[in-house]
Design a binder for this molecule. Structure first.
Ligand SMILES: Nc1ncnc2c1ncn2[C@@H]1O[C@H](COP(=O)(O)OP(=O)(O)O)[C@@H](O)[C@H]1O
Ligand SMILES: [Mg+2]
Length: 263
């Protein structure tokens, strides 16, 4: 396992990342690497700091300490979430964030907003260039929906999709930004076993076909153990274990952290 990525540069590299909220060290000296085509799990009890790591990675918070490197380029300390997308980071959220009233297709097209060259003035005038560009992005969005078996829902309002499909749509939208690094925050939360299985296939498909780095926060242990090659465990903001799924499953410290027991 160590040898597999030897000589390769990680697409995502986090070194000694920390943030304090008042007296609380929400993230405490976290380091990790994710290689192209790798899925790394980030797990830990509620409040361990997992989502805060994502918020640091995506410019929501500025780190107190540490650095983040995307594909060999160190991220500036102060960066806005939309600039992070341009660096190649895309994420989904613990709670679904879709434009409920927009169609499935429009939800993906929104992801192209940064890319769209036509300015507001042109779109107000509905120039020929505007229509051409809209057509181009519409087709691009449809293509992405097809890849993830969502094209049949293209003209449905996002809020009318079954829950599992809404979750998949969020991931499809993240993929529309053509990321180098995909951050998934509890994608299986609230899913039934069939939906979870479908989700697992989707993530596996992305891993195989896009060769991007995937960092996965997830409470569903069977999903994490099945799909991740490597797992980092946080407790009270700090890494308490890292290793293969097997190593993590047998780690006494990890078991204690989850059970919250003394022995
Ligand atoms: N903006 C914030 N201000 C103060 N405390 C925060 C903030 N965001 C998160 N926290 C705290 O940081 C800790 C880690 O939270 P979080 O990253 O959401 O945990 P997890 O995702 O692992 O459940 C929690 O104690 C939470 O209350
Ligand atoms: Mg969280």
């Amino acid at each position: 396992m160590e040898n597999k990525y030897q000589g390769l540069e990680p697409l995502l590299r986090v070194d000694n990342l920390s943030i304090n909220f008042g007296g609380l060290k929400a993230v405490d000296n976290v380091s990790l690497k994710v290689y192209p085509g790798e899925i790394v799990g980030l797990i830990g009890p509620n409040g361990a700091g997992k989502t805060t790591v994502f918020n640091l990675l995506t410019g929501v918070y500025e780190p107190s300490e540490g650095s983040i490197t995307i594909d060999g380029k160190e991220m500036p300390k102060k960066i806005k979430p939309h600039e992070v997308v341009k660096l190649g980071l895309a994420r989904t959220f613990q709670n679904i964030r879709l434009f409920k009233q927009l169609t499935v297709l429009e939800n993906v097209m929104v992801a192209f907003n940064q890319e769209m060259k036509t300015n507001i003035f042109q779109s107000a005038l509905r120039t020929r260039k505007f229509y051409k560009e809209e057509e181009y992005y519409k087709n691009k969005a449809l293509e992405i929906l097809s890849i993830f078996d969502l094209a049949i829902y293209a003209s449905e309002q996002a809020q009318n999709l079954p829950y599992g499909k809404q979750r998949k749509l969020e991931i499809a939208r993240a993929m529309a930004t053509n990321p180098k690094v995909l951050l998934l925050d509890e994608p299986a939360a609230g899913m039934n076993p069939t939906e979870t299985h479908e989700l697992m296939e989707m993530i596996e498909y992305i891993r195989k076909n896009y060769k991007i780095a995937i960092l996965l926060i997830e409470h569903d242990m069977s999903l994490v153990m099945n799909i991740c090659e490597y797992i980092t465990v946080l407790e009270y903001g700090a890494p308490i274990a890292a290793g293969s799924p097997e190593e993590i499953a047998n780690n006494q410290r990890v078991i204690q952290a989850y059970l919250g027991s003394e022995d």
